[in-house]
Write a protein that binds this ligand. Structure first.
Ligand code: ADP
Ligand code: MG
Length: 715
């Protein structure tokens, strides 16, 4: 136990230099190291006699190094290492590029195992950059192994002659090194206790955690690795569902203010809108207002594609809340969106004379001044306490725990005089989350079983489909002309700059990298802006927007764009989510192939919001390829369709938006799409809870659930 929790700084094998990189990978302790799983395996065969090997094959040989030397090529660019390996049946050459240190590890006379592809060299077949390792003396010469049928046991090698684990790497940390490190602590797995009850494992033929850890790193067969992955996926999904059940049970213990369901008020609201609600909007509003009229806290997800009109639905709920004498909080992921929600709510709620406030910067605000307060997640959570909070609406954050709600609803000491007798003790506000992420049913079952879902599966009728085109390099001018024509008609355009890539985007960035990225992004936007303003559209009003600008400045630009003082807005992906400017009908995306499909769909969703025909132009980078993925964006009209296409092209990836938290690996996501598997786990969870509602009979499970609830903040 003690060793497992040892932090990597204290491990002599790990040099101080490498500690930050390991932390980048999320590895802080020996335990984390053992739970750092490979993403694929290199499949190297068992050893063959050198005399029998042929070119173009992937082989493993065991032999002795006859000679080895390193040198630099004439122009000193490449370090070359040459070696000859021999066994009783013959000899073969091996060449390594750029590994000058190799001669420190391998010496003439060493017994080695070499795995790799045999290529045809000028002097006959040879290994090129093969994997290698020294063999322990006991396993060589082969004669010593005759007793075991001449076979080397797979577990004796780790880099060659077996299924070799390949890990997600980062600068300075190779798979080879991780393999070595993990192997040297592998025995520590014996002290890991299994959170899954034995019956559960038996019922679903899941290997025990210790065995699964060994098998996922150093499997003897592919099946063994697969079983281990299945086990870990099972465990992860099981904990999500346990937590969801737990959350539901906890919510049941709380009360929430019952919001008066005033049908006349709702009718008045619907009648005051400048458009007719879609049936889906009506249905969702009804589901929500019915739910919040009860004294049990609502926990609901409003799911609808970009532009399906989620904001009015939430506004209806906020209106009823305010008119019942409670407050509503609206949270958005960015300041631009908070400002937009503020403007929208002010506009559509004008007839109802509500006081609506926006909170920016770090100003503290007491609840009493406004019926509805809008702000970013961060600002609201940090700075506002409501004495009478009835409803929390959150954009693009799927969960909001009991504690988070309770905290918002706590009155601050200085405002404690108000009579809050309307709220029962232990009362928490209702919660409504809005998302444009298309969540397939199985996934909703697996991930969101503590949430009720309202679905906007219908677009406002006035909408025209956005015309999406991939623009070939020769067609640029033509497209610019088309944009100019639209602007002359009074429309507006967005230009999104290519995503900047520095290092491995999958990794969490350190401060330095973030700065570099921000800097590069600002530079790219500034260049594109200049090009647009000076060369392409000198006759139009062009402005730019990027993350480095002050909020005030951003707001000003967005305000001008909304007020049609700007024709073309050049920006980074800051406009990705939620921006609503119905008069903008053109979305132009540079370097389109560098964005994820979900992001492209979000961009496209910025146009086609009014009644005019809108366009989305996808410009691939000059040397970028028109991929099937880009074609999928052209073909798919909705987020769901696109998610399906993406699924077909890549397998379940992060378009579902499930993996921003890093909780699931690629392998788990494959299981998340498996309906049968999800149902199997649901039944298991139900059985466990039935047997022991408080989990007292499963102490390991209970312990791990508590840790999990503390540690993981899934979206
Ligand atoms: P999203 O679901 O992406 O958040 P919004 O709530 O921002 O969508 O709505 C997109 C636009 O559609 C807004 O300008 C809104 O006023 C408008 N809208 C919403 N519902 C309807 C409707 N039923 N008919 C016409 N326009 C609508
Ligand atoms: Mg929105």
């Amino acid at each position: 136990m003690a060793i497992l929790e040892t932090s990597i700084e204290k491990v002599p094998k790990i040099s101080k230099k490498i500690v930050p990189q390991l932390k980048h990978l999320g590895i802080r302790t020996i335990r984390d190291l053992l739970f750092y799983f490979p993403f694929r395996y290199e499949d190297f065969p068992e050893p063959t006699p050198i005399g029998t090997i042929a070119a173009d094959e992937v082989v493993t040989v065991h032999g002795k190094i006859k000679r080895i030397s390193s040198f630099r090529t004439a122009r000193k660019h490449v370090a070359l290492t040459n070696a000859v390996i021999e066994d009783d049946t013959g000899a073969i050459k091996a060449v390594w590029f750029n590994q000058p240190f190799l001669t420190h590890n391998l010496k003439t006379g060493d017994k080695v195992s070499i795995s790799g592809k045999i290529v045809r060299g000028p002097e006959g077949p040879c290994f090129q950059n093969p994997a290698y390792e020294r063999l322990p003396p006991t396993t060589y010469p082969p004669k010593a192994r005759l007793a075991t049928g001449g076979k080397l046991q797979a577990k004796e090698t780790i880099h060659t002659g077996r299924l070799v684990p390949m890990y997600p790497e980062t600068e300075g940390i190779s798979s080879r090194w991780l393999r070595f490190l993990i192997k040297s602590f592998l025995d520590q797995r014996q002290s890991i206790s299994d959170p899954l009850p034995e019956e559960t494992r038996a019922r679903h033929t899941l290997p025990e955690v210790k065995d699964a850890i060994r098998a996922i790193h150093f499997p003897d067969t592919r099946e063994e690795a697969e079983d281990a992955k299945r086990r870990f996926a099972f465990e992860k999904i099981l904990f999500l569902q346990l937590r969801a059940l737990h959350e539901r049970a906890r919510l049941k213990q709380h009360r929430a203010p019952a919001i008066t369901l005033s049908v006349p008020l709702l009718k008045e609201f619907v009648g005051s809108l400048s458009f007719d609600l879609t049936d889906a909007q009506r249905r969702s509003i009804w589901e929500i207002v019915k739910d919040i009229s009860k004294s049990r806290p609502m926990n609901r997800l409003l799911e609808g594609d970009v532009g399906s009109g989620k904001t009015v639905v939430a506004a209806a709920a906020a209106l009823l809340t305010a008119k019942s004498g409670f407050h509503a909080a609206f949270m958005a992921p960015t300041e631009i969106l908070a400002e937009q929600h503020f403007q929208t709510l002010k506009k559509i709620l004008t007839p109802f004379r509500l006081k609506i406030g926006i909170l920016t910067g770090s100003a503290k605000q007491s609840d009493d001044a406004h019926h509805i307060v809008v702000g970013t997640h961060a600002i609201i959570q940090k700075n506002v306490r409501f004495s009478n909070l009835g409803l929390v609406v959150v954009d693009e954050q799927h969960r909001f725990g009991v504690e988070q709600r309770a905290r918002l609803a706590t009155r601050r000491a200085e405002t404690s005089h108000r009579d809050s007798s309307q709220i029962a003790v232990g009362s928490i506000p209702h919660f409504l989350s809005m998302t444009a992420t298309p969540i397939p049913r199985t996934l909703a079952l697996a991930l969101y079983s503590d949430l009720d879902i309202s679905l906007l599966d219908e677009m406002p009728k006035s909408r025209k489909e956005v015309i999406t085109q991939i623009v070939a390099p020769g067609k640029r001018q033509e497209t610019y002309e088309c944009i100019r024509k639209e602007v002359r008609k009074g429309r507006q355009a967005f230009v999104v700059c290519p995503r900047i890539e520095i290092g491995d985007q999958k990794l969490e960035f350190g401060k330095m990298e973030q700065k570099r990225l921000m800097f590069a992004e600002v530079k790219a936007v500034t260049e594109e802006y200049k090009k647009m303003r000076e060369v392409i559209f000198p006759d139009l009003k062009v402005a730019m927007l990027h993350g480095k600008m002050k909020s005030k400045e951003k707001e000003k630009i967005m305000g001008q764009f909304r007020g049609k003082k700007i024709d073309v807005l050049v920006s980074t992906s800051v406009i990705e989510v939620g921006v609503d400017i119905p008069n903008a009908t053109i979305m132009m995306i540079e370097g389109a192939e560098r964005f994820g499909l979900a992001t492209l769909h979000q961009f496209r969703g910025r146009v086609g919001r009014g009644e005019e025909q809108s366009y989305c132009f996808l410009f691939p980078t000059e040397d970028g390829m028109v991929t099937r993925r880009l074609e999928a964006v052209v073909e798919a009209k909705t987020g769901f369709e696109l998610a399906e296409k993406d699924l077909a092209i890549r397998g379940p990836g992060d378009i579902f938006g499930t993996n921003q938290s890093g909780y699931f690996g690629e392998d788990d996501i494959r299981y998340l799409a498996d309906v049968k598997f999800i149902h199997e786990i649901r039944r298991e969870v139900a059985d466990i809870i039935k047997k022991s509602p408080d989990l007292n009979e499963f102490p390991e499970l209970r312990k791990k659930l508590a840790e999990f609830e503390r540690a993981v903040h899934l979206e």
